[in-house]
Design a binder for this molecule. Structure first.
Ligand code: PEP
Length: 252
C-alpha cells in the first residue's frame, strides 16, 4: 500500500506568530485523521515556531528548500543538517517557482535531493511541464526526464524517503486544475519513469502526489485516481478549513 501524503507548501507566506496560531487551530481539526501523512512545508524563518506548535500532533513539518553543500561560504543558504537539527522531516525540492525564478536546474534538484536523503530527510521532489511543453506534446518525455534526472544516484533503499510531486506548471497558483484524468496520467508517467530506473516494485511503492490548484472542491476527485497518492497544496494550505477538507478527502 502506498502512503497518501497531504502536504502544504506555504511559499512566502505566514510569519512565525501566524505559524504558531495556524497550527494550534489546525491540530484539533486534523487530529486522528491518520489515513494520510499531514505535512506543512513552511518558510525557513517559521520552522522553529512550526516545530514547536506541531509537537504532540499528527502534523509534520517540512522546509521549502535545502542547499546541497554540507556547510561553507554559501550566504543565505540552509543545509540539510540544519533542517534536521531544527526538527524538520520533509523538504520540497525543485518547485517550479524555484526553477522559474531562482535558476534551479535538473542538476541542482538532483544534488539537493541527494543531500536531503543523505541527511535522513524525506524529499518531496517536484516535476512538471509548462503549458507550451504540454501543447508541443512533450509531457511524457519531460516528466520522465525530470524524474530520472532528479533521482540520479539515489540508492534503491533511499527511495522510501522520496515523494515525487507532479505539478503541471500551468496549474500552480492559477486556479486552473488539471483534470483528474490529466493528473492521473501525469502521475502515471512519473511512476513509469521510476519503474524504468528502479524497477516495478519501487514504482508501485512510491508516493506520487499531484499539485496544482488542488482545493476543498476538487481534492476528492483527484485523490480518487489510482496514481494520485496525495497532494502538494499551495493556496489552499493557508486556510485551516480548506486544508482540513483536503485531509478529510484523503481519509474518506
Ligand atoms: C504549489 O505551491 O506547489 C501549488 C500546487 O500551489 P497551488 O496549490 O496554489 O496551485
Amino acid at each position: 500500500m502506498r502512503r497518501t501524503v497531504i502536504a502544504g507548501n506555504w511559499k512566502m507566506n505566514m510569519t512565525p506568530k501566524k505559524t504558531a496560531e495556524f497550527i494550534k487551530a489546525l491540530a484539533p481539526m486534523v487530529a486522528g485523521k491518520d489515513k494520510c501523512d499531514i505535512v506543512l512545508c513552511v518558510p525557513a524563518i517559521d520552522i522553529p515556531a512550526a516545530v514547536e506548535a506541531a509537537k504532540g500532533t499528527n502534523i509534520k513539518i517540512g522546509a521549502e528548500n535545502v542547499h546541497f553543500k554540507a556547510s561553507g561560504a554559501y550566504t543565505g543558504e540552509i543545509s540539510a543538517e540544519m533542517l534536521v537539527e531544527a526538527g524538520v522531516e520533509y523538504v520540497v525540492i525543485g518547485h517550479s517557482e524555484r526553477r522559474q525564478y531562482f535558476g534551479e536546474t535538473d542538476k541542482t534538484v538532483n544534488l539537493r535531493t541527494l543531500a536531503a536523503l543523505e541527511a535522513g530527510l524525506k524529499a518531496i521532489v517536484c516535476v512538471g511541464e509548462t503549458l507550451e511543453e504540454r501543447e508541443l506534446g512533450y509531457t511524457e518525455t519531460l516528466l520522465k526526464y525530470q524524474t530520472k534526472m532528479a533521482l540520479t544516484n539515489v540508492k534503491a533503499e533511499q527511495l522510501k524517503n522520496v515523494i515525487v510531486a507532479y505539478e503541471p506548471v500551468w496549474a500552480i497558483g492559477t486556479g486552473v486544475t488539471a483534470t483528474a484524468e490529466q493528473a492521473d496520467e501525469g502521475n502515471g508517467f512519473v511512476r513509469a519513469a521510476i519503474a524504468e530506473a528502479f524497477g516495478n516494485d519501487a514504482a508501485e511503492s512510491i508516493t506520487v502526489q499531484y499539485g496544482g490548484s488542488m482545493n476543498d472542491g476538487n481534492a476528492a476527485e483527484l485523490l480518487s485516481k489510482v496514481n494520485v497518492d496525495g497532494g502538494l497544496i499551495g493556496g489552499a494550505s493557508l486556510k485551516t478549513d480548506k486544508f482540513t477538507a483536503i485531509v478529510d478527502a484523503a481519509n474518506a
